[in-house]
Structures are given as structure tokens and as C-alpha cells.
Design a protein around this ligand. Structure first.
Ligand code: PHE
Length: 337
């Protein structure tokens, strides 16, 4: 019994003095562990005379319970003290650290806006792959063999000579007409690739928005009306549109499309190189040979098509002086727009 009292006071004192969980764990091993002093007492039960066994067992159990309870209480107290210290060090009323929000890339912003405008005119979005067949990119679009645009100097061909990185979004016209009967009205934004040496206005990788409207009696007046609507919505209500005669293999007649300069309103300035006009798109009436290539009857339908350079519009609208700024991915620069 004496031994029990000694163990008890020593254990309780040690527990009370324990300042951290590590010390506390060691105390547990020392007194309550499998080889600890309290289980050791239990083993002495064998040596106790039978009439005292019961009282002895009870005493040891009480000792064990008392030490166990003191230990748990101390462990909880230490835990609470630690949580309290953490909470005191963390001031929830301090303002947070602002990481800054992201912003949409100017090309994305402009593409979204253009799609939105043409959707109000009844156009739906069509899509095609960056890797195209020579047929979709050139043959079906009425490029004769030997046409300069087919040259390896201008076009990225893949190992398979029937495949290339599309040089314009016009192959989406072919894909769509091959899989849908007329009438159709689509807009197709996407990436294009040409073997250009990068400079302030050229990039080997750029974006276009293709438009195609095919139906009965679609005319050049529809083309000009729809592009004029787009110009006013995208660049401002006073923007005018003019057509200049041009040539594309897949349209006849073909035009280049200028918008009046949104900076000077047409009077002439640095942005429009004093001409008052900015070239925005190529366009024209779909060539009958293209209709034949995709299985449309050129005697039944007519259509217009256009392709605009998105970088060009972005540079003009946002005052970006070098196309390469759009691809260097400096978020401090891009976040301005
Ligand atoms: N695909 C032509 C280009 O990249 C643009 C264009 C599209 C012209 C549709 C006419 C009709 O230059």
C-alpha cells in the first residue's frame, strides 16, 4: 500500500509538471505502459494472500483510474493552451492578401464580341481542326495546282504531304458545306498558320474569323450590310465600310474590306497611315467551283464569305503597336485591355 501511495504522488506530480505532449507521453509509458509501474503492481497480485487479493486489486485499479484521469486532463489542458496560442497569433480581422484577378486575352475578348454580334444576325458558330487536309484548305477552295499559296515557303506541311496547318479559316466553309445542306449561316473563329517571319505586324500563328452565308439570292448587298452592322457594333456607330476589288480563288467577285479609321474618323492619322481607312477583311461571293466541290448546286444557291484578321482588329481597337505583344504573355501588359 505504501508503494502505491508513492507511485500515485510521484505520477500525479509528474503529470502536473509536464509542460508538453512529449513529456506527457513519456510519463504515460513510465506509469501506464505495458512495462510501466502500475501494470507491474498488478503482476504482484500472485504474491498476495488470497483473502487480500480482492482489496489489493481494487486499490491498484483505483490508482490506475486516478493516474489515467489526471493524465487525460493534463493532455487536454496542454492542447487547449496550444490552440489558444495559435488563435491569438492569427488575427482574423486583418485584410487578406489580394492576389489579383485574371483577365481575358484581347484576342479572346474580341472573338467573343464578334461571335456575339454575328449571332444576333442569325449566325451559328462552326469549328474545324488546326491540322487540315490539302483538299479542304486548297483544292476545294479552287486553288489550282501550283498556286503560290500552296508553296512550302508559305505553308507548314506535315510529314504526311496531304496534311498541313491551315493557312486560313476558310476550310471550315468546306467542312460545314460537306456536312450540312443549304441554307447555312456560320461564323468560324480560329487559329491559322503561315510561314511568316515575325515582325511588328506578322506572326506565324494568328487568328481569323470566317463568315459564310449561303442561301437563295444572297447578294453582295447582304455582305456589305452585314459587315457594316458588324463594323458599327464592334468599332463604333459612325464606322463606315468600303469594298475594294481584289482576287481570291474561292470568291468571285472578290473584295478587300476597309473600315473607316476609328481613331480619326476618316480624316487621316498615324493609325490609318493618313488614308482614313483600315483594311480589315477579305470577302466576296462564293465561287461556283467551291459549291460544286462540296456538292451544292451553283444554279440553286448563292453565298457570300469573308475572313477577318482578329489580331489586326485587336491592334487597332486597343492601340497595340506590335503583334508580338499579344503572344509574349506578359500578364501585366495583357491585363490592361
Ligand atoms: N481566306 C482569306 C484569307 O485568309 C480571306 C477570305 C475569306 C477571303 C473568305 C474571301 C472570303 O486571306
Amino acid at each position: 500500500m505504501e508503494q502505491m501511495d508513492t507511485i500515485k504522488s510521484a505520477a500525479l506530480a509528474a503529470i502536473e509538471a509536464a509542460a508538453d505532449q512529449e513529456t506527457l507521453a513519456a510519463i504515460r509509458t513510465q506509469y501506464l505502459g505495458r512495462k510501466g509501474s502500475i501494470p507491474d503492481l498488478m503482476k504482484q497480485l500472485r504474491t498476495i494472500p488470497p483473502e487480500q487479493k480482492r482489496a489489493f486489486g481494487q486499490q491498484v485499479n483505483e490508482l490506475k483510474d486516478a493516474v489515467e484521469a489526471a493524465w487525460t486532463a493534463r493532455a487536454e489542458a496542454l492542447e487547449a493552451a496550444r490552440d489558444g496560442a495559435t488563435a491569438a497569433a492569427f488575427d482574423v480581422t486583418l485584410p487578406g492578401e489580394w492576389r489579383g484577378g485574371g483577365s481575358l486575352h484581347p484576342i479572346t475578348q474580341l472573338t467573343d464580341r464578334a461571335v456575339e454580334i454575328f449571332q444576333t444576325l442569325g449566325f451559328t458558330v462552326a469549328d474545324g481542326p488546326d491540322i487540315e487536309t490539302v483538299f479542304n484548305n486548297f483544292d476545294a477552295l479552287n486553288h489550282p495546282p501550283g498556286h503560290p499559296a500552296r508553296d512550302v515557303k508559305d505553308t507548314f506541311y506535315l510529314d504526311d504531304p496531304n496534311l498541313l496547318l491551315r493557312t486560313h479559316t476558310s476550310p471550315v466553309q468546306v467542312r460545314y458545306m460537306l456536312s450540312h445542306p443549304p441554307p447555312i449561316r456560320i461564323i468560324a473563329p480560329g487559329r491559322c498558320y503561315r510561314r511568316d517571319t515575325p515582325d511588328a505586324t506578322h506572326s506565324a500563328n494568328f487568328h481569323q474569323i470566317e463568315g459564310l452565308y449561303v442561301g437563295r439570292n444572297v447578294s453582295m448587298a447582304d455582305l456589305k450590310g452585314d459587315l457594316s452592322h458588324f463594323a458599327r457594333e464592334a468599332m463604333g456607330p459612325d464606322t463606315r465600310v468600303r469594298f475594294r476589288p481584289h482576287f481570291f480563288p474561292f470568291t468571285e467577285p472578290s473584295v478587300e474590306v476597309d473600315f473607316s479609321c476609328h481613331v480619326c474618323g476618316g480624316k487621316g492619322c498615324r493609325v490609318c497611315k493618313q488614308s482614313g481607312w483600315i483594311e480589315i477583311a477579305g470577302a466576296g461571293m462564293v465561287d461556283p467551283n467551291v459549291f460544286t466541290a462540296v456538292g451544292y448546286d451553283p444554279d440553286e444557291v448563292t453565298g457570300y464569305a469573308f475572313g477577318m484578321g482578329i489580331e489586326r482588329i485587336a491592334m487597332i481597337l486597343f492601340g497595340i503597336s506590335d503583334i508580338r505583344h499579344l503572344y509574349e504573355n506578359d500578364v501585366r501588359y495583357l491585363a490592361q485591355f
